[in-house]
Unconditional design. Structure first.
Length: 156
């Protein structure tokens, strides 16, 4: 056999093996988490929930403007928290999205936002370990006003 033909044959086999290896490495993780990891992610989800409340408080969103419900996550023991949040017109959803993304990064997660022009809303999903654990639906309202009252400082 000719040397260039043999070289091409083995090069083709090596490249095919490399492509197959890259394909298997890029496949998504298995949908079902082990029991130990589900317990750990349950604690993380609780921490994320607390931090979402903190971000909303930082933007002076009043509790009466928030509707909150729990939605079970399929193939898991955790629940996704869904919040519908009315926001004053002077609060920028882009800044809130950035704050949620920064918060999610602390938990090795990310915040994904999408805008629905038809309904005039912004939906932010916070994803951890391949699961959406929080959904925040922001709805700007012109008639809402932030309270002018400054937060009280604790006495020392």
């Amino acid at each position: 056999m000719d040397k260039p033909v043999i070289f091409r044959f083995f090069t083709s086999i090596a490249l095919a093996g490399l492509a197959l290896g890259l394909f298997f490495m890029s496949r998504p993780k298995q949908a079902k988490l082990p029991e130990r990891l589900q317990h750990d992610i349950g604690e993380i989800v609780t921490g994320v929930d607390r931090d979402v409340d903190s971000v909303l408080a930082r933007f002076h969103i009043e509790k009466s403007w928030i509707r909150k419900k729990q939605v079970p996550v399929p193939n898991s023991t955790i629940s996704r928290t869904e919040r519908q949040v009315l926001i004053p017109h002077d609060v920028l959803p882009v800044q809130m999205t950035l704050a949620f993304n920064t918060m999610a990064r602390r938990f090795d997660g990310r915040a994904i936002a999408s805008e629905n022009m038809k309904e005039n809303s912004i939906t932010i999903h916070i994803e951890l370990e391949g699961y959406i654990v929080q959904t925040i639906i922001l709805k700007p309202m012109v008639e809402l006003k932030k309270s002018k009252e400054k937060p009280r400082q604790p006495r020392t």
